[in-house]
Design a protein around this ligand. Structure first.
Ligand code: MG
Length: 163
């Protein structure tokens, strides 16, 4: 069985923009700016989805949920995550574990991490300790360091699964 475990990686970045809520891991974080994007721009959940899809050998979220498609305008990314999990199951996989990092100069995310982690775990049917989540700052370096946006990275482990 161990030889059939598969891993995937996901990375996403969205720019800050005025007049939108900041949603990370399904949690709306008090902050004057949110992230721009076609859906709710939940960069963390997007990275998780791409990690799961990659582990399952499925196309990325840009292919599954095209930004030109009006159905996904303002979409709740946790709902998109559920669709990704459905596709993973159809493909014969279930998620065992994910581990993630959010890269943001601001705001400070430490207080929100437990809720973000719980949200992701609940949507994936995982124990909370199967979802790793950290936040780090880019130490002022580059566009992220100037607070122009937020990036997220995730890895996912999946295993074969039969309904
Ligand atoms: Mg995205």
């Amino acid at each position: 069985m161990a030889g059939r475990l598969r891993v995937g990686i996901g990375y996403d970045v969205h720019p800050f923009t005025a007049g939108r809520p900041l949603v990370l891991g399904g949690v709306t974080i008090p902050y004057p700016r949110g992230l721009g994007g076609h859906s709710d721009a939940d960069v963390l959940t997007h990275a998780v989805m791409d990690a799961v899809l990659g582990a399952c050998g499925l196309p990325d979220i840009g292919t599954l949920f095209p930004s030109q498609d009006p159905r996904y305008e303002g979409a709740d990314s946790l709902h998109l995550l559920e669709e990704v999990l459905r596709q993973a199951r159809d493909r014969g996989f279930r998620v065992v574990q994910v581990d993630c990092v959010v890269v943001a100069q601001e705001p400070r995310l430490a207080d929100s991490l437990p809720r973000m982690r719980q949200n992701l775990a609940a949507r994936m049917g995982l124990e909370v300790d199967a979802v790793g989540l950290k936040a780090t700052t880019p130490e002022g370096l580059g566009a992220l360091g100037r607070g122009e946006g937020v990036a997220a990275l995730a890895v996912a482990l999946v295993e074969p699964w039969e309904a």
